[in-house]
Design a protein around this ligand. Structure first.
Ligand code: AMP
Length: 114
């Protein structure tokens, strides 16, 4: 069954899409943790970072280039931002379709709660 992110990518489920091309789709997180909170998602379903193969290297690099371009459009390039990819249960991954969080627009504080 298609993941909820695949349903967003195909247009079955509405979302606030900020960028798309033949490899990735980026849309605003439905429950934002920061003023800018955007998810950059490969159009191809990869469940987790643990499922990435050598064939995905260029795709993953592309995700970072897209994140950087979106950050610039969002006006957070100068103040800075954080990119996060959660993996599986200890990593806090909820949706098993690999995605990168782009977070910014405020001081994000320490990387991890202690
Ligand atoms: P993760 O915990 O890394 O798997 O993150 C999943 C993220 O997806 C969470 O930040 C959710 O708020 C977000 N999310 C879940 N459903 C949707 C949706 N329909 N549209 C946008 N973001 C979503």
């Amino acid at each position: 069954m298609a993941t909820i992110f695949s349903q967003i990518i195909s247009g079955e489920i509405p979302s606030d899409i900020v960028f798309r091309d033949d490899r990735v789709t980026a849309f605003r997180d439905i429950n934002p943790s920061a003023p800018t909170h955007i998810l950059i998602v490969p159009n191809k379903e990869i469940a987790t970072v643990d499922d990435v193969t050598g064939e995905d290297e260029a795709l993953l690099g592309h995700m970072i280039v897209v994140a950087k371009d979106i950050a610039r459009k969002e006006g957070i390039s100068e103040s800075g931002y954080r990119l996060i990819i959660n993996c599986k249960s200890d990593g806090g991954q909820e949706i098993f379709h690999l995605h990168m969080h782009l977070l910014g627009g405020k001081r994000l504080g320490p990387m991890l709660a202690k």
